[in-house]
Design a protein around this ligand. Structure first.
Ligand code: AGP
Length: 607
């Protein structure tokens, strides 16, 4: 889950590479580097740390018009100057940047050492460049192709050679790569955010593609050297959508974007008159969906939490058995897929390796596979049989926020669409969709009270252990709240079904321990009030997310953050927002890097 950038054209490459690396930094940010062919050699600059550190060591006078760059999320070898990319061969005339994992790098390394090759770094990538060099006979594209035949694992790579200074060779298997098509120039990148400043015309590389890129063209072939053509597509996102727009952090911007992003997600899809939903991406498989006997939702991280809300929605509205699986477990546990099984893969980036593999596993076993995805043209979007885009715009902050509410909204729409074909009356569907249509405005009201969440963070940011509790539809919200706090403030937090406390975790309660209850109005309200008393009576400090107008809970809880009232199945869309804000402010007060938390990256493209 590194970021790769490449430029070949008529302008000086270096500033374009650096600007692109800044835009890709959310993909990995522990070290970075660039390589530019020049005067019969290669100029290489690389360093541990952020792109800003690399800018200190770079010779800005370098004006070559071809170059590659990389920002890293370390998998093999500690993040340091030696292990940073690019990696060169022994001659120093071939350089590679790589996103992915070369699984058989140790055996390849042994083979190359037997050929007298020596290695400077601990990385799998240096093995790849040495292998390319081993096969090099004057044509860099052929050498890359021959080397990739011996490679097992995943890769998105860019290669330059001092002998062919106007060429970049790129290849992908498992890790995303896009080529931006400009006038007399081409920009290669791991995702569109680094290309949008130059062009919105892009070509998506498929697994097994090798591209020979020059200023005037990009020729694609397979590993077997068979020419292939890839369509030039338009990226729907604009440059300003990936700017901070005056916010201090992308996460804060994306939290406050939710009224708009959700409106965009719902736009043109709700039919309140007919009490139904229009999802163009599902029309072709409409019959199979109506006949579905079982749904399996699979995802990772925050997307898994939205799928858990989806499970409640599907069983509630469609009344068809639905399960939620961690993609990393599903892909290896020999899953049972009978006739009539529909798999739904949920992913913001559409590039998460475990989710991709779960998709392929379900497909290979005969399931119809749908995608609920945000990034248009991403691998998962292109490999599923059908699907629904979130349309919430680019999500740059590593901690997912607006994508979570977008995913829940899409799953709610699918549940209503199929529920209407089963047991849901037009009136019940209209009531459901009317409530859904009101959510963006209600989110607005919550964001106007954002300071309440800030006060909770100011009060408890020094506590190193928190609990998040919820019941029913709010249980996944508790999990999501805990994940947000963990991943950006580095506070240990655990999300649980509130009733589970008595079966062990209640032993954790110490005096003043912050315990967040997602306690909005609903069928289990009285139950959660009892759970609150259990915690209070053991000295815990209770922070409650409650429904506006609920005076009762204010007598029980130490802090109450109110959210507008809505129907129970849609409460996750509102109750999540104060939890996103608590995590944001706790991280800020603790001096953490909110948008680029340690050890994380925006899309996890390795196992
Ligand atoms: C969430 O804040 C994290 N960034 C992470 O858990 C993320 O949800 C997970 O990696 C799945 O990513 P995806 O939705 O892009 O597949």
């Amino acid at each position: 889950m590194c970021g790769i950038i490449g430029y070949v054209g008529h302008r000086p490459a270096l500033p374009i590479l650096i600007e692109g690396l800044h835009r890709l930094e959310y993909r990995g940010y522990d070290s970075a580097g660039v390589a530019l062919p020049e005067d019969d050699g290669l100029y290489i600059a690389k360093s541990a740390g952020r792109i800003s550190v690399l800018e200190q060591v770079i010779d800005a006078e370098k004006d070559g018009s071809t170059g590659i760059g990389h920002t890293r999320w370390a998998t093999h070898g500690a993040p340091n100057d030696v292990n940073a990319h690019p990696h060169c061969d022994a001659t120093g005339r071939i350089a590679v940047v790589h996103n992915g994992i070369i699984e058989n790098y140790l055996s390849l390394r042994t083979f190359l050492e037997q050929q007298g090759r020596t290695f400077k770094s601990d990385t799998d990538t240096e093995v790849l460049v040495q292998l390319i060099s081993f096969f090099y006979e004057g044509n860099i594209e052929d050498a890359v192709r021959r080397a990739l035949h011996d490679v097992a694992g995943t890769y998105g790579i860019a290669v330059v050679s001092a002998d062919e200074p106007d060429v970049i060779v790129a290849a992908r298997k498992g890790s995303p790569l896009i080529i931006g098509v400009g006038k007399g120039e081409h920009i290669l990148a791991s995702d569109a955010s680094a290309i949008l400043a130059h062009t919105s015309q892009v070509v998506y590389l498929n697994d097994g593609d090798i591209a020979r890129i020059t200023a005037d063209g990009a020729r694609m072939t397979t590993l077997e050297a068979i020419p292939v053509t890839r369509a030039v597509e338009e990226v729907e996102w604009s440059l300003d959508q990936i700017e901070l727009a005056g916010y201090e952090h992308f996460m804060l911007k994306e939290i406050f974007e939710q009224p708009t992003s959700l409106k965009n997600c719902l736009r043109g899809r709700l039919d309140l008159n007919e009490g139904t939903v229009h999802l163009g991406g599902l029309v072709d498989c409409s019959r199979e969906l109506t006949r579905a006997k079982r749904f399996i939702m699979t995802a990772c991280g925050t997307a898994w939490h939205s799928a858990l809300v989806g499970e409640y929605l599907f069983e509630d509205l469609i009344r068809v058995p639905t399960e939620v699986e961690y993609a990393s477990e599903f892909r290896y546990r020999n899953p049972i897929i009978e006739e009539g099984t529909v798999a739904i893969v949920v992913s913001q980036s559409g590039e998460t390796t475990d989710t991709q593999a779960a998709l392929r596993e379900a497909k290979q076993r005969g399931a119809l596979v749908l995608g609920v995805v945000n990034v248009v043209g991403s691998t998962i979007a292109r490999e599923t049989d059908a699907g629904v885009y979130l349309h919430v715009g680019p999500e740059i902050g590593v901690a997912s926020t607006k994508a979570f509410t977008g995913q829940v909204a899409v799953l709610a729409m699918i549940a209503c669409l199929l529920g209407r074909r089963k047991h849901m009356s037009p009136a019940a569907a209209t009531q459901f969709l009317t409530a859904l249509a009101a959510i963006p405005e209600q989110m607005h009201d919550i964001l106007e009270q954002a300071d309440q969440a800030k006060e909770v963070a100011e009060r408890y940011h020094e506590r190193e252990n928190w609990l998040y509790l919820g019941r029913g539809y709010n249980y996944p919200v508790a999990l999501e709240g805990a994940l947000k706090l963990k991943e950006i403030s580095y506070i240990h937090a655990e999300g649980l079904p509130a009733a589970e406390m008595k079966h062990g975790p209640i032993a954790l309660i110490t005096e003043g321990m912050p315990v967040v209850f997602v306690a909005t109005a609903g069928t289990q309200y009285q139950k959660i009030i009892s759970n609150i008393n259990e915690v209070k009576s053991r000295g815990g400090s209770v922070i409650a997310i409650a429904t506006k107008g609920d005076r009762e809970i204010a007598k029980q809880a130490d802090h109450v953050i109110y959210v507008p009232d809505t129907i129970e199945p849609l409460q996750p869309l509102l109750a999540t927002i104060p939890l996103q804000l608590i995590a944001y402010h706790a991280a800020l007060i603790r001096g953490c890097n909110v948008d680029k938390p340690r050890n994380l990256a925006k899309s996890v493209t390795v196992e």
